[in-house]
Ligand binder design. Structure first.
Ligand code: MG
Length: 383
């Protein structure tokens, strides 16, 4: 059965805007060329499978579009209370360092939206040179892993740092740092690929999805080897940008209809593949094997590989912006070791302890960690 992970942000500021706002949703005028559809019908149309809570799904799709959230009137109130529970990791830097004293810090970094900004074309989600330089320095100070939904090769081509651990395809394709020279590719050894038996099926579904989603302009299917991503960040984005605030309510309906169509297209392909499941990320629908493996499991596997399986003196720090990063945040919370940092400008339901607003702040945080480590090493060498 195709399952769909339902997550409803408790403090979803966007929920007070757009279609869930009773005042604005009562009589949405249909703009020329747009389909007029009631909220009820729209939600029926959006139903993913029997019993699915489509409201949550619509909310979460909407929540993944920050363009809309900026206009929410009560965002400041929500932001204030959320910040109290998830303070800035930059503001709390001193406390974080104190908590890590005597422990080995291990860094886990998501890529999209964490090290690189979310851009319209996922193939152009480049990280800045400054960020690369910072991550290189970070890896000299602490074991560092990139954990991404993208396939390992693709994320490696963005990051281009051989000294890191990489967990691609949501942790289903894990490899340690290259040993020896960069040109000696044979020396690379894959540490772990728990879903290799799914490869032929995923290739087959990729071809079908490319064909099926052709009719939705802006939809982009990406083959991440062990999982597939259907990006909807381009679906109708420019329509929103080119119109005034007064038209956004109308346009949002159009938006949701397009997203709904895309979700139905994906669902129609997946109905024949019960061993694959559908989940939702930030402006992306993701198809993965049903095996119990996620970014949290990848984090545990990497800690074990690094020799910290049953250690109490390890301090893992995971930074990510996506729902799929929540599995890793939760593992850290459950283990009571280290903490998660959510990258978000907006209140979101999260298991992370701290927050950073955007990749630039992530870079500042990583720089401060490097500076702190270098200073403490220098102090040690003087003793
Ligand atoms: Mg991300």
């Amino acid at each position: 059965m195709v399952s769909f992970i339902e997550e409803r942000p408790k403090n979803n500021a966007a929920g007070q805007n757009m279609v869930s706002d009773p005042k604005s949703a009562q009589k949405p005028p249909a703009p020329p060329g747009f389909i007029s559809i009631s909220r009820k019908k729209l939600l029926q149309n959006l139903e993913i499978n029997a019993g699915a809570r489509v409201n949550s799904w619509v909310d979460s799709m909407r929540a993944s579009s920050p363009t809309h959230m900026k206009s929410a009137p009560s965002i400041a109130d929500d932001q204030g209370s959320w910040n109290l529970n998830h303070p800035s990791a930059l503001d709390m830097f001193g406390q974080i360092i104190d908590a890590s004293k005597g422990k080995q810090i291990v860094m886990f970094l998501d890529y999209d939206g964490t090290l690189s900004p979310i851009v319209a074309d996922p193939d152009r989600a480049f990280m800045s040179k400054k960020m690369r330089k910072t991550v290189r320095k970070l890896a000299k100070c602490f074991p560092t892993a990139i954990v991404s939904g993208r396939c390992r090769d693709k994320v490696y081509n963005f990051v281009k740092l051989a000294e890191l651990y990489y967990a691609g395809s949501h942790g289903m394709d894990i490899k340690g740092p290259e040993k020896g020279s960069k040109s000696n590719k044979d020396a690379e050894s894959v540490l772990f690929q728990p879903a290799s038996e799914f490869l032929p099926m995923i290739d087959e579904v990729y071809k079908q999805l490319v064909e099926t989603t052709k009719s939705t302009p802006g939809a982009k299917v990406e083959n991440n080897k062990f999982c597939l991503s259907v990006h909807f960040r381009c679906v109708d984005e420019k329509v929103i940008k080119e119109n005034s605030k007064s038209q956004i309510i109308k346009l949002c309906y159009h938006h949701l209809i397009k997203w709904s169509e895309l979700a139905q297209q994906v669902k129609s392909v997946l109905k024949d593949y019960p061993k694959l499941r559908l989940t939702q990320g930030r402006k992306v629908l993701e198809i993965r094997p049903t095996i119990k493996w996620d970014k949290g499991k990848a984090l545990e596997f990497l800690l074990e590989s690094l020799g910290f399986a049953n250690c109490t003196d390890v301090f893992p720090v995971y930074i990510g912006d996506d729902r799929t990063d929540e599995d890793a945040f939760k593992i850290l919370r459950d283990r009571g070791q280290g903490f998660g940092i959510l990258v978000s400008k907006f209140p979101k339901d999260t298991n992370a302890s701290y927050s950073l607003q955007e990749p630039d702040e992530v870079m500042d945080f990583l720089r401060r960690l490097v500076e702190w480590k270098e200073l403490s090493l220098r102090a040690q060498s003087r003793m």
